[in-house]
Design a protein around this ligand. Structure first.
Ligand code: TYM
Length: 333
């Protein structure tokens, strides 16, 4: 049986290799299987949990759609839309925020990381963001949610919320309890400057990530400057234990080339990092430049991107409003 896939990406600019390898590449594979029904959402409501310049946000929404298409998502075989146009997301998030418990949200590590030391200054939206994410997923009866490793805890929360709602309102299976789809390997791509930190859009140094809009020179330069250690390339997986940068770069190489980590290790065993870096840069250029070129081309035709969002909006809105109507009845409105 096919899967009902839902996933989202924030339009906050600088979509990077982590987003691609951890999530979008998977979206494409799931979308290529005709048995699956796929919904991919540009989660602009999530984006404003941290202030966004309105003009940039508007552009980044299109850029995220362009990235989906350039990466190989087929809009004829999926629904691509942006969250803010479907009012049911915000409304359902409110209802679910009355079901979710403070104690559950207090455990969310991403909030702690993002809010930093001064939690009092974080927006309420940043705190309750996983509830909105649960609304996104549950409105569409998604069975599977492909994400990177950093979203695992949010998905567990979504499952708890679904079960709690079903119990409170005595409706077995009203909300489907979704399964996370997180790749066993390479589901957490790390910064090129620090193998212990996640590759992220918000990291100030652009050298820490490969953006999906980078050109060839950017990629070559970033890989040349990527942090390594002074040892030769490892010969066994065990050797990677304390070598976060080597592990990350080999992971990126493996993921892009479709090799297992073991195979990549044996390919470069004992060689210098510089030799490996040449091959890594080459495969990055091979895989990322066509996407980057296509994103730029698509962005020149906003009308086309708008048309895709508008078609996606109609389809998503039908599904979500229908589910919301049932939620209203159950809750007693
Ligand atoms: P976002 O926009 O931060 O990231 C989009 C996707 O990219 C993955 N990702 C990574 N994977 C591996 N290594 C990395 N360094 C890396 N950085 C990001 C993320 O895990 C994610 O899959 N809350 C979500 C968006 C969202 C959502 C949803 C996802 C909103 N509603 C419903 C699924 C279902 C987020 O902020 O992702």
């Amino acid at each position: 049986m096919g899967k009902k896939i839902f996933s989202g990406v924030q339009p906050t600019g600088n979509l990077h290799l982590g987003n691609y390898l951890g999530a979008i590449k998977n979206f494409v594979e799931l979308n290529n299987d005709d048995k699956n029904e796929c919904i991919f959402c540009v989660v602009d409501l999530h984006a404003i949990t941290v202030y966004q310049n309105p003009e940039l946000l508007r552009n980044n929404i299109y850029e995220t759609v362009a990235t989906f298409l350039a990466s190989g998502i087929n809009h004829k075989k999926s629904i691509i839309f942006n969250q803010s146009r479907v009012g049911a997301h915000s409304e359902t998030a409110w209802i679910l925020s009355c079901v979710a418990r403070m104690g559950w949200l207090n455990r969310m590590t991403q909030f702690k990381e993002k809010a930093g030391k001064d939690k009092e200054k974080a927006s309420i939206g940043l705190y309750s963001y996983p509830v909105l994410m649960a609304a996104d997923i549950l409105l569409y009866d998604a069975t599977h949610v492909p994400v990177g490793d950093d979203q695992k805890q949010h998905l567990e929360l979504c499952r708890d919320i679904a079960q709690r709602f079903n119990n409170d309102y005595k409706v077995e299976n009203f909300f489907k309890v979704p399964e996370p789809l997180i790749q066993k390997q390479f589901s957490r791509i790390m910064s090129l400057k620090d193998g212990l930190k996640k590759m992220s859009k918000s990291e100030p140094s652009d050298l820490s990530r490969i953006n999906l809009t980078d050109n060839k020179d950017d990629i070559l330069n970033k890989i040349k400057k990527a942090k390594t250690d002074s040892l030769p390339m490892p010969s066994t997986i065990e050797e990677l234990e304390d070598r976060a940068e080597a592990k990350n770069l080999l992971g990126i190489y493996s993921s892009l080339s479709g090799l297992t980590l073991e195979k990549s290790i044996s390919e470069f065993s004992g060689k210098n990092f510089s030799e490996f870096k040449n091959d890594l840069a080459e495969i990055l250029v091979d895989k990322i430049i066509p996407i980057s070129v296509e994103i730029k081309k698509l962005l020149e035709d906003k009308k086309y991107l708008e048309q895709i969002l508008s078609e996606g909006h109609k389809k998503a809105n039908d599904i979500a409003s229908n589910k919301l109507k049932k939620i209203h009845e159950l809750v007693g409105f």
